[in-house]
Design a protein around this ligand. Structure first.
Ligand code: ADE
Length: 245
């Protein structure tokens, strides 16, 4: 997959995409990430990229010309154009899954008061927010998408790492432990050392449910609403809920 990022700060994208799993995925030809500074496409004398808003108001608005020219150069018609903005749809695992099997991506990072609406109306396919808070630019959001999507691409991770992840089944992932068996005074739950796979599976499921009830009751509600849980899980949810009360 090719991911191109339109930004005024390409170094943010380059730095991150040269680390860890993203770096490995790039080296293995699984993903190609290119940061493009849209200031280079500005036709104005001083390479300006923004201007005051029509109608007045605070801040500056990103001008349409540099971004439209950059998009044209990148053949945006053949790609999915995503604009990072707090006004977008909230990003989640389902969107990451969908993007990972779709077209090549162009991610536009806004700054200041955002992008001229005509770019959004005529060039952008999808507006994405990474959460209900306002950041100073779209780069962090672009990195969130790059990370969440890249790790889903075939070959980026061992396939089994994706099997039991948080969110895929409306439950958070169970807690993990590694050596040593006793750290300071803290012991690994006995059952994980038992070698009894059925008991371990049961224990992990209970822990997933307990953690989700505690930290993300909204996910449990969603799972119930969408009939994601089977009878066994529904019964356990009831039991654990009563125990937590
Ligand atoms: N740019 C500024 N805030 C943002 C947010 N919450 N999500 C995506 N892009 C943004």
């Amino acid at each position: 997959m090719n991911i191109e990022v339109l930004t005024l700060f390409p170094e943010i994208i380059d730095n991150y995409s040269n680390t860890s799993i993203i770096k490995r995925a790039k080296e293995n030809g699984i993903v190609n990430i290119q940061a493009v500074n849209f200031r280079d496409f500005s036709d104005s004398k001083h390479h300006s990229v923004d201007d005051a808003p029509f109608g007045g108001g605070a801040g500056m608005v990103l001008s349409p010309q540099p971004i439209a020219s950059a998009l044209k150069k990148l053949n945006y018609n053949q790609k999915k154009v995503v604009y990072l903005t707090p006004k977008g749809k909230t990003f989640n695992q389902k969107m990451a899954n969908e993007l990972s099997v779709g077209k090549d991506l162009i991610l536009i990072c806004g700054h200041y008061e955002g992008l001229d609406q005509r770019i959004i109306d005529n060039y952008v396919d999808l507006e994405i927010s990474i959460g209900d808070y306002v950041l100073s630019g779209g780069e962090i959001g672009a990195l969130v998408i790059i990370d969440a999507v890249t790790r889903l691409l075939p070959g980026a991770l061992a396939e089994s790492s994706l099997d039991e992840e948080s969110f895929s089944n409306c439950l958070l992932e169970y807690p993990q432990y590694t050596r040593p068996r006793v750290f300071k005074d803290y012991e690994v739950p006995e059952i994980l050392l038992s070698g009894n796979h059925q008991k371990i599976e049961e224990y992990r499921l209970m822990e997933s449910i307990r953690l989700t009830l505690q930290n993300r009751p909204d996910l449990i509600q969603k799972g119930i609403r969408n009939k994601v849980f089977d009878e066994r899980i529904l019964k356990l949810i009831k039991e654990i809920k009563n125990r937590l009360l």
